[in-house]
Ligand binder design. Structure first.
Ligand code: GLC
Length: 409
């Protein structure tokens, strides 16, 4: 596929998944791309950031509109929800199949990996739109402050998630133990998650109390790596000599905590910390590699992640890399997991993160290989939600928004 064909295919999806109108519940205008018209007909937080980045290659004004719409969902305390249910008529059907933590009918009470400041930076770079930047800065500032004030109760610089979907890697096997997962199926996952949700019911909206209850408390490596990336963007946008200093320092603290607390020298990988007691969860998944997105990850960590895990054919270096779980894990499921996601297939968003990280660390050939194979997945199977890492078979939702990130690889 030539670049132009790829752009046409991406444009078709982003346009057909575009939703525009005025919400009848808050009177606000919306203009954004849904992840998938069938499975995910609302606005999702990190999806929206990825859509905006892909749109910088196709329609810069729509990239601005995407992020403006997302930021219009920011709450008075700074929190930005992971789902905004712009078109409420589609909600009953969705809630019949999915569970969502909510404190009001129109938005979720869940966060997602905080990539938004990076997305704003990219859209600003692409457009030079100062009015957009000026309107975004107070919202971003409030959001990143909300994260440190509400999600870092022990003050170590690592933010915690209260349920797996907050990390965006919903059913990853790294959560099985904490969730007490009985059946290794999507139904089993929803049953286990429902128990957590029930316990949260009287505390919903009070995240500090929820974290103190210690039901599900994960200092997640993927979330925190992305947090550092977002903080660095925000610091640059604000000017590191001025207001941005606070966020630059926060980024340094979080990065230092990732190295000091999540690195396991024996395994040669980063592990999440579970519970208030911060027990390392010694399960290697795609998130163990995510600190590669940090420009200043010291060489020693970079090399061990790349040599021992990423490029090992026993682990992550499969025909269509990078799988969400290494092939060496007994729970690895490369094929269609029937909604039991993030347990084997390769995803475009994590490939996008790793490709950029690898380039920054000088691994241009490895990055190029992942890009080639990602493109082959799309050529063989269309723009799907995720792919079988052995065959490139397309799985999950069709015409999936964030897989258009291929344009930005
Ligand atoms: C799934 C993914 C999550 C994504 C959402 C919408 O729940 O795990 O990361 O944001 O779908 O695409």
């Amino acid at each position: 596929m030539e670049r132009q064909e790829l752009e046409e295919a991406a444009r078709k999806i982003l346009l057909s998944n575009l939703r525009q109108g005025v919400a009848d519940w808050n009177g606000k205008e919306y203009s954004f791309v849904v992840p998938s018209l069938t499975g995910y007909p609302f606005q999702w937080f990190w999806d929206s950031c990825f859509h905006a980045i892909a749109l910088t290659h196709l329609d810069k004004q729509q990239a601005v509109a995407e992020l403006r719409t997302l930021m219009s969902g920011a709450q008075p305390d700074g929190f930005i929800p992971h789902i905004i249910f712009w078109e409420m008529d589609k909600q009953p059907d969705f809630l019949a199949r999915n569970i969502v933590g909510m404190t009001n009918p129109n938005t979720s009470a869940t966060m997602q990996p905080p990539i938004i400041a990076y997305a704003v930076e990219r859209v600003y770079e692409a457009t030079g739109d100062d009015a957009f930047l000026q309107s975004a800065l107070p919202i971003l500032t409030a959001f990143y402050r909300w994260l440190s004030q509400n999600r870092d109760p022990d003050g170590d610089g690592l933010i915690a998630v209260i349920q797996p979907e907050e990390a965006g890697t919903d059913c990853s096997p790294k959560y099985d133990e904490a969730l007490d997962l009985e059946y290794l199926t999507n139904q089993g996952f929803i049953a286990a998650l429902s128990k957590v949700y029930e316990a949260y019911e009287p505390m919903r909206g009070d995240d500090r109390r929820i974290l103190a209850a210690d039901m599900f408390h994960f200092e997640d490596v993927l979330v925190n790596s992305i947090y550092v990336m977002g903080l660095r963007s925000l610091a640059r946008l604000l000017g590191e000599e001025g207001e941005g200093r606070e966020f630059a320092q926060q980024a340094d603290r979080t990065r230092a905590a990732l190295l000091a607390k999540c690195w396991d020298d024996e395994a040669g990988a980063f592990f999440d910390l579970s519970g208030v007691a911060e027990k390392p969860v010694k399960v290697v998944t795609i998130s163990s590699l995510m600190p590669l997105i940090l420009d200043d990850l010291p060489r020693r960590y970079v090399e061990r992640l790349v040599d021992e895990w990423l490029t090992s054919p026993d682990h992550f270096w499969l025909p269509y890399p990078v799988p969400s779980v290494p092939a060496s894990d007994p729970k690895f499921m490369p094929g269609n997991p029937r909604g039991f996601i993030w347990r084997g297939p390769s995803w475009m968003n994590t490939n996008w993160f790793l490709v950029h990280g690898l380039r920054r660390h000088g691994y241009h050939d490895l990055a190029a290989h992942i890009v080639d194979r990602s493109q082959e997945c799309i050529e063989k199977s269309g723009i799907r939600e995720y792919y079988n890492p052995y065959t490139a078979e397309g799985l999950g939702a069709r015409d999936f928004g964030w897989s258009t990130l291929i344009l930005d690889m």
